[in-house]
Design a protein around this ligand. Structure first.
Ligand code: C2O
Ligand code: CU
Ligand code: CU
Length: 452
């Protein structure tokens, strides 16, 4: 049944026992230290693939936490090889109790944190290891955007369930080879059920007024086209890196894995009605309906919130400081078992590092997608701006609404080329960049990023 309240419960893994994990609320420039401890069981409850990078480093369940979108120092970034297990002890408590430092030296925005352990990220995040992280600042506060109970985080994840209610993750590749020891790596995972904040088909009772939704696509593979069942317009006010300069009125938004959108939706004309948040790509199927808003509550107090014409001032795009232009292809390949694998420039995780920018330098990266699929590309340490989209013939394409904002993950559509510009600061050291379709990230669409 749609929007049912009492579906069976599934086993999940959470931070502090919660899925999504507890929401962080921090102030800009507030230093915080977080102790991450691995109390996961010793064995995974989802099918681990033993044939891919990292997966056999230990049979125990490994985890490491990455704060996505944050310029963290290398030792606190959650490098995929900095994982730790429940019992793992190297030098004293170094790995057992991992204390990470987050400086929050960035404008107000909505980050998220999630597992990043090499070769099993797709399974750990799918199991529930993800949570929201808000950075607040004074400028944003002065804007009178909807706040308090009128500002709602929405973490959208598609999942599938076995008949007994437990989580399902596929364990068959496209062309299983008889030599394959324990196949579970698949090139994509699309769940048949969408969850919001860990619930299947939920509803939210709202007042007839404006709401601000901080929406995160934490799905493994799925890109959504978010829209409402009555086709009402709404405002995009912010992206991965915080508020836009000006609000953009839209009627739908494409959001790929790891992207966040900050939107304001006005229910004031819908008193007594229901409206459904939908996936415009799936309108013919059951999962096209994501969650329901019931405009059933009375207005508590007059709605004095607003969507100001001017939201923020974005830093200028440093086109005049570009030191290097890299052209990198996104391509298909096959692994030794004949399974599809996705790569950058035909290189795997263990090939010699090639993205080694100098600290403080500005680079343009031209991502050339030679595949028929969407790849949400994410770069650690930096924020970037999107300065062009082109089709396979090199014709300039119109920007997506989110392209006007500060981004850390960019949707690169099938056979498109996207140009990014960024400045590598404020730390040197070992980072990574990767596709955020987690099945791609694990096999092997992830490369070192070494800032020198
Ligand atoms: Cu959201 Cu490297 O990850
Ligand atoms: Cu990241
Ligand atoms: Cu990809």
């Amino acid at each position: 049944h749609r929007f049912h309240k009492d579906l069976p419960k599934a086993k999940v893994w959470g931070y502090n026992g919660l899925v999504p994990g507890p929401t962080f609320e921090v102030k800009k420039d507030e230093d915080i230290y977080v102790k991450w401890q691995n109390k996961l069981p010793l064995k995974h409850f989802l099918p681990v693939d033993t044939t891919i990078h990292g997966a056999m480093d230990t049979p125990e369940v490994r985890t490491v936490v990455h704060l996505h979108g944050s310029p963290s120092e290398p030792a606190s970034d959650g490098h995929p090889e900095a994982w730790f297990t429940r019992n793992y002890k190297v030098t004293g408590s170094h790995f057992e109790k991992k204390i990470y430092h987050y400086t929050n030296a960035m404008r107000a925005t909505n980050l998220w944190y999630h597992d990043h352990a090499l070769g099993i990220t797709r399974l750990n995040v799918y199991a529930g290891l993800a949570g929201m992280y808000f950075i607040r600042d004074e400028k944003e506060k002065s804007l009178r955007l909807p706040k308090g109970k009128y500002e709602v985080p929405l973490v959208v994840v598609d999942r599938s369930f076995n008949p007994d209610g437990s989580l399902f993750y596929p364990s068959q590749p496209r062309n299983p080879s008889p030599d394959l020891p324990n196949p579970s790596i698949v090139p994509a995972f699309f769940g048949d059920t969408v969850t919001v904040n860990g619930k299947v088909w939920p509803f939210l009772k709202v007042e007839p007024r404006k709401y601000r939704f901080r929406l995160l696509n934490a799905s493994n593979t799925r890109t959504y086209k978010f829209q409402f069942s009555n086709n009402m317009p709404f405002f995009l006010i912010g992206t991965d890196g915080g508020l836009l300069a000006r609000p953009i009125q839209v009627s739908s938004l494409d959001v790929s894995p790891a992207e966040r959108i900050d939107i304001v939706v006005d229910f004031s004309q819908l008193k007594g009605q229901n409206v459904v948040l939908q996936d415009g790509f799936e309108l013919d199927s059951e999962i096209g309906n994501i969650m329901q808003f019931k405009v059933a509550k009375e207005l508590c107090a007059p709605d004095r919130s607003q969507v100001p014409e001017h939201l923020s001032t974005l830093p200028p795009i440093p086109l005049d400081q570009v030191r290097k232009i890299r052209r990198i292809t996104l391509n298909d390949s096959e692994d030794e078992y004949g399974r599809l694998m996705l790569l950058f420039d035909d290189k795997t995780w263990s090939d010699h590092p090639t993205e080694t920018p100098l600290i403080g330098s500005v680079e343009i990266w031209e991502l050339v997608n030679q595949t028929p699929g969407i790849h949400p590309i994410h770069i650690h340490l930096v924020d970037f701006r999107i300065i062009g989209r082109f089709d396979a013939q090199g014709n300039k394409l119109p920007p997506l609404p989110a392209d006007f904002g500060i981004k850390d993950t960019v949707l690169v559509d099938a056979n498109q080329t996207v140009r990014l510009i960024m400045k590598f600061q404020p730390y040197c050291g070992d980072y990574v960049w990767h596709c955020h379709r987690l099945e791609h990230e694990d096999h092997d669409m992830m490369r070192p990023l070494i800032v020198r």
